[in-house]
Every structure is written in C-alpha cells, then in structure tokens.
Design a protein around this ligand. Sequence first.
Ligand code: FO1
Length: 333
Amino acid sequence: MKRYVLLSGGVGGAKFALGLSRVLDPAQLTVIANTGDDFRHLGLAISPDLDTLMYTLAGVVDGETGWGRRDESWNCLAALGELGGEAWFRLGDRDLATHLLRTQWLAAGDSLTAVTRQLCARLGVAVNLMPMSDASIRTILDTDAGTLEFQDYFVRRRAEPRVSAIRYAGATEAPPAAALASLLTDPELAAIFIAPSNPWLSIDPMLAIPSLKAALRSTAAPVIAISPVVGGRALKGPTAKLMAELGLPVTAGTVARHYGNLLDGYILDHIDGNEATALVDAGLAVAVAHTVMDSLEDRIQLAEFALGFAERGFAEQGVSEQAFIAPDPAGGG
Ligand code: FO1
C-alpha cells in the first residue's frame, strides 16, 4: 500500500489535507502538523494547527474562519471578558473541551502525539494526524514592536508588526515525533507533500528540526510542495506581507527557491505558469494546476492532481524535466 505524508500548517494546509483524505484510504495518509504556533493560554495547552487539521478532517470545523468548531457558542469567552480576563484569543465553548482534555492528558504524562491520537479517535478522524515533535518548539518573531511569541504577533496584534527575523526556539534540540522517523524511511512511502502553508511560519518550524530535515533530504520518495503564493498574493494569511518585509519578491518561484534542494517537485497555479520554465531549468519537476481551493471539489481535484504528479512525474523517469499541466478551468493555459 502506497503511503503519503503531508507537512501542514493550519487553515490553508487543512484544505489540501481534506482533499487528500477524500481520495486516499485513511491508512495511506499521515499529516504532520506545525506546532510552532502552540502556546499556553489561561493555563491551557493550545495547539491551533493540530486542532484546525483535526476539526477539518472530522468535518466539524467552522467554515467561515477555517479554525475552531462550527456551531460554536462563546459564553465562556464573554464571561471571561466581563471578569477582565484575557479574551483576545477566541476560544469557543466546544473548542475549550479539546484544550481541557489535552491539558489534562499532557499533565498526566501523555505525549502530544498520544493525546492527538486519542482526540482524533474520539472525533472519528481515521487519518494519522501527528505533531511535528512532542518537544516544545516555539516560533518567535523579531518585529518593530519587539520580540513576540507567535499568537501575540498573529492574533493579538493581527500580524501588523513588521517582521525582521523569525526563529524556532527549541527546534535544534528537539527530536521529531517518534513515529515520524520510521515513516520517512518506509519503502512504501510514495511522496511527501508540503502543503500550501506559509513557508516561514508553518513549514520552517518543522524544517528547523535537524533530524526531520535530514530525513526529508535522504528519503527516496519525492518531496513536492504546493505554492501558497498565487498571482503575487498569498492564498491565506500574512504570507505576502511577511515576504515583502523579509525583502523577498512575492512570487511562487520565491517559495520554491526558499525550499531549495529539499524539493523534487513543485505545483504552482496556472496564473504563475510563466514561472515554470525557470524552475524546470533549476532542476525541479514542475506541475501547473488550479491551486485555489474554494470548494470541496477544488480540494479533491488538487489532491488527485498532486497524487498523479507524484506518480507519473517521478515514478518512471526519476525527476521529470517536463512541466505537468492540468487543464486550466479558467481557460487561460
Ligand atoms: N485565529 C485568529 O485569527 N483569532 C483567534 O481568536 C483565533 C483563535 C483560535 C482558537 C483556537 C484555535 O485552534 C485556533 C485559533 N485561531 C485564531 C487560529 C490560530 O491562531 C492559528 O494559529 C492561525 O490560523 C495560524 O495557523
């Protein structure tokens, strides 16, 4: 049975994860979540990207925000605000149950991997979802408003401060989640996908774990990223703003070059098709597809396309030098 691994952040990555989960047998798919966004808040252990993926795969995510649970109520948050507590991070009543249980189980000595497995089982998520590490890794940003923890920057300050540098505290000492190491050397591993998540905020925290990056470099399976930049804009969140602040051109090619020789393949949108040749010349197998995932149908189609690219773009001829092109629904080519 062919196996696939997806490295993913929250909302944008979860859309692609859902597409893959609809196309593959759950036993074929492992989703590795960024935990650089995790933090302690009100005494609770919060893992936003894990929860976004879990709720999305369980079909209970809030479709408007892309995070949190649908049919949510906010009584606790309102009461917290009335009492002068911290209400800037919106924890809904149903969502709180997840954080309460996670905090309780972690305090009892369970690993984050084990806690996630339990929560997924209870929500009926059959896909194997796991954190990038059981150790604490925290994304820290140097900004014009000072040094900020991720959620302080992202939610409390709405990603407004100008970012000059990003680091991943604890990453160099952290081992990857135990099950991940054996997965990446599994001979049945057919591809590793990097979701269209923010490279600096969602994927780099994983790549900052030396053993994880080394395993990705040495795996026989192709590593294929999907561009989070479409037509000079980010699919989700502050990716474009951050790239500009870091002095980088906001293009799909910039993201591919950022991942560098870690990548074997790259999927970019039709609108950025003119960037394909330069990337092929740089040694990448490049595929051009409709990457904007507004509907469930879009998610499934992109997942099917990515799986086809992984199979046909690599299996027979090693790294393909040809652009692999899906029909353009907009007709632009
Ligand atoms: N994102 C927000 O922009 N505002 C919030 O109040 C917020 C609360 C929240 C609660 C639980 C949860 O699992 C996620 C939540 N997120 C919120 C999303 C979160 O900040 C993610 O880290 C980002 O979307 C980046 O992946």
